[in-house]
Write a protein that binds this ligand. Structure first.
Ligand code: VG1
Ligand code: CO
Length: 538
């Protein structure tokens, strides 16, 4: 086996976004050495020689060839061991689980998460560090610097490695272990939840549907729901991971999880519906004719986590755009709340330092200290265990939260495909406008605070600026930030939140219409983007 040294040049903009590097497949395949450069930069940045990493992805187009690149380049870089998910598959939470269980130095996740797949879709690579979480900013910055100074990458000249057979092989100094990608994760879930109790619920006539959206969680869900928990065959829909997700957009929300939403809004709707995204770290929870807002879901999970283990919950964190529903629950429970920028990497230090037990985002992400990634199936199992314990409906559980603490209505408008320069200029101009808004009155609202969110990490003291524009009103919030996961132009996200102490049974769109009108005007969306209608509403 020969090690080849291939000359290369830096590729501009190989900067990770909110979660890993994501690009159009066409850009990845048409740019010479695109993935090779990025992978070599990671190996250089983390001194990969002698280290152990976990590798796998969500099965999307390019998963197979890029996995082979990682293996062959790892061998050439003197990596000690790679733990590979069978057939190159791993969900993001399963990678986090395996990194932590086997105390490895990190892991590679081949995924663009909730972005569409296939030759016309997106590809991506996330890199997790030894705590099993997304690499913190100083690591991604170091990786980026390496991408900008690379002159060569190294790769073993060899035929493709078999990742289908569970076995351990040695190539040079590198051991490659292909393992079952499901076992360790299922073992962890069984340690966290009472499977007997959930099995009893499912045996009692309770009906559920899970939509894996032809992405990474299908095999996990079949094992957990249909085999372990005894749900009938056919409970898991779109269970086979496909390179193009069968044309589905694996983003679990009311727009893209269309089939599931139709079933749950239909005549004979099951008692419980759930879905995950491409790499399995997100979750959407539905009851019959009922949608659980992800921010509410975090508050519900906090309530039951404390009920189960009052001393075991130390605090909670939410990303800035996540509604303040969890703040009210935490206050009542006497627990601290941390407000972080968008992206799971910001929860890592808080979890590692034992400051929080649960964390979540409005973008359908929930997780806890059991891992360092958000975890879709974990959240779904948590919900099932609550339903098994209380024997109440999904709707009743959420309504109890609203009755106890009032309700944060919440909605997000996404404006996709905006010119990047225009979007940057828009945010810059608005940032300057923020201070002038403080104290102004708009109809029934006055502006209590308006700023550009900056975060000081309570553990490291590190300051992260420019994390989103924030207008705090009496009784609500208006927020605006640019997405860091898109691959085409810029996506402008506008979030609104309105609090109602008593009127908790209204339609979110009705309650929030005036908030959104004000937000679109304050953030000058039409002036900058020319858009009057969003691309997606969640
Ligand atoms: C989006 C979500 C954010 C989430 C991120 C990664 O980021 O808003 O909450 O952490 O995706 O999720 P952005 O920058 O596009 O708003 V995943 O499941 O794509 O890893
Ligand atoms: Co994801």
């Amino acid at each position: 086996m020969q090690i080849q040294h291939i000359a290369t040049q830096p590729i501009a903009n190989q900067q990770m976004g909110t979660s890993g590097l994501r690009r159009k497949v066409s850009e990845v395949t048409s740019t010479p050495h695109f993935m090779e450069n990025f992978i070599q930069a990671i190996f250089n940045a983390v001194d990969a020689k002698g280290k152990t990493f976990v590798v796998g992805g969500d099965g999307r187009y390019l998963n197979k060839p890029v996995l082979q690149l990682i293996l062959k380049m790892a061998i050439a870089n003197g990596v000690k061991k790679l733990i590979v998910g069978q057939d190159g598959l791993f969900s993001t939470p399963a990678v986090s689980c395996v990194i932590r269980k086997y105390k490895t130095d990190g892991g590679f996740i081949l995924s663009a998460s909730h972005n569409p797949g296939g030759p016309k879709g997106d590809f991506g690579l996330k890199f997790d560090v030894e705590n099993g979480g997304p690499c913190p900013q100083e690591v991604s910055q170091r990786i980026y610097e390496h991408t900008q100074s690379l002159t060569e990458y190294v790769i073993a000249d060899m035929p493709d490695i078999d990742v289908h057979t569970q076995q351990t092989q040695k190539f040079g100094d590198t051991e490659i272990a292909v393992i079952d990608s499901i076992d360790d994760y299922v073992e962890l879930m069984k340690a966290l939840f009472d499977f007997e109790q959930i099995r009893a619920l499912l045996a009692s006539g309770f009906r559920m549907v899970y939509d894996a959206m032809n992405a990474s969680t299908g095999p996990y869900a079949l094992r957990i729901f249909e085999q372990e928990l005894g749900a009938p065959k056919g409970t898991v829909h779109h269970a086979i991971p496909l390179e193009d997700f069968g044309g589905l957009h694996p983003d679990p929300n009311l727009t893209y999880a269309r089939d599931l939403v139709e079933i749950m809004n239909g005549d004979k709707a099951p008692d419980f519906g759930a879905a995950s995204d491409g790499d399995g770290d997100r979750n959407m929870i539905l009851g019959p004719h009922f949608f659980v807002n992800p921010s509410d879901s975090l508050a519900v999970l906090l309530h039951y986590a404390v009920q189960r283990n009052p001393k075991g919950v130390v605090g909670v964190a939410r990303s800035m755009p996540t509604s303040m529903a969890v703040d009210r629950a935490a206050k009542d429970l006497g627990l601290p709340v941390y407000e972080t920028p968008t992206g799971w990497k910001f929860f890592g230090h808080l979890l590692d330092a034992g400051k929080i037990t649960l964390c979540g985002e409005e973008s359908f992400g929930t997780g806890s200290c059991h891992l360092r990634e958000k975890d879709g199936l974990w959240a779904i199992l948590f919900w099932l265990s609550i339903l098994a314990q209380t024997r109440q409906s999904v709707q009743a559980i959420v309504e109890e939260l609203w009755h106890n603490y009032g309700r944060s209505y919440q909605m997000r408008y996404d404006f996709d495909g905006v010119d990047k320069q225009v979007a940057d200029n828009m945010i810059k101009a608005l940032r300057e406008k923020m201070p002038s808004l403080v104290g102004q009155t708009f109809g029934r609202w006055h502006v209590k605070k308006a700023d550009d969110f900056a975060y000081t990490d309570p553990v490291t003291g590190e300051v992260t600026e420019h994390q989103g524009l924030r207008v705090v009103l009496n009784g609500g919030r208006l927020l605006c930030r640019l997405s860091g996961t898109g691959t085409q132009g810029a996506t402008v996200r506008v979030y609104v939140e309105g609090f109602e102490a008593e009127q908790v049974h209204q339609e979110p769109a009705d309650v929030l219409a005036p908030y959104m009108e004000l937000a679109l005007s304050v953030f000058e969306v039409e002036k900058w983007t020319g858009r009057t209608q969003p691309s997606v509403i969640t």
